[in-house]
Write a protein that binds this ligand. Sequence first.
Ligand code: MTE
Ligand code: MO
Length: 347
Amino acid sequence: MGRYMQDELALATRNSGMPLEALRYDLTPLGLHYLLIHFDIPATDAATWQLRIEGLVSKPRAFTLAELQRMPASTVRVTMECAGNGRGQTSPRYPSMPWLEEGVSTAEWTGVSLSVLLKKIKIKESTQEIVFHGADRGIDRGIEHAFSRSLVPAEAMRDDVLVAYAMNGQPLLPQHGAPLRLVVPGWYGMASVKWLERIEAIDHAFEGVQQEGSYHFRAVAGEKGVPCTRMRVNCLMAPPGIPDYYGRRRPVDAGWVEILGRAWSGDAPIRRVEFAVDGVWQDVVLDASAGTHAWRRWTARWNAPRGAHELRCRATDETGAVQPLEPAWDVTGFGNNAAQRVEVLVR
Ligand SMILES: Nc1nc2c(c(=O)[nH]1)N[C@H]1C(S)=C(S)[C@@H](COP(=O)(O)O)O[C@H]1N2
Ligand SMILES: [Mo]
């Protein structure tokens, strides 16, 4: 996989992952939720913030945060994963955020259902896409732009798509999009635009850098590719034992070990999770579902014999999709849901 470049390290220190031991929490505590911030975090002011809704609408208008907070609120528990999660395990690596496997978390988001706002301002029939503009600006692929993404109306009108102002019951933190962000449950994280300041209905396909230039699965550089949308089936375990500070190798005491993990998919409910020791697979015990868009807890018990062992886990969802054992090839390292590998030394 080659040596890391200084520019990858710069991204890795700005964008933190969720430490895997935090898989033990149903809801990722504030401050442990992973972060992916392309440009700079804008210094926003909740008291004067306005969300403008315009373009092909009958009643364009702006909403203050206080106005949105007076409207009926919805809360949705959402597992969010970065589309680039797992990129650091692919080879050759694409120069971007080198996630290993920790670009995923679960939060409870509270806000106004986007469909309620869209009905108030009445989008016109000719609308093809709805574009969500963030307040952060920067340059990518040589083009200066604000972070913007679009959805087709059918997706935007789902009632669990939120314009959120709270996370785990607290006002949004600056790094998570304060004071307002979009939350698109089931989709990879890029769809959930932070620092949301403008929503625009347009009569064509949006061609912004973050829509067309990036976030496509591509087998060959330069090809059009297939857009990244919903999260592929995936699962992780909290590594057992204790870590070595440098290298993260893990001694585990011999005897019965309880393994805990989480599984999720943006496409369908989780049907099955398997756990393997040295390549021998067995089914694990799945907890009840924690909600349509939340990861599902699972546990396995392992009578650990002395020696070096490799632990793995893989999930299957109701579409029948199962995680691959090795990363599928993608030019920009998107959607790597290969089964996790944890090496332990039982003592
Ligand atoms: N405005 C804006 N929204 C954004 C981003 C961004 O850089 N700017 N990053 C996106 C990406 S790629 C992901 S994975 C999620 C991460 O959300 P989080 O940092 O709150 O976990 O936010 C998305 N929304
Ligand atoms: Mo992301």
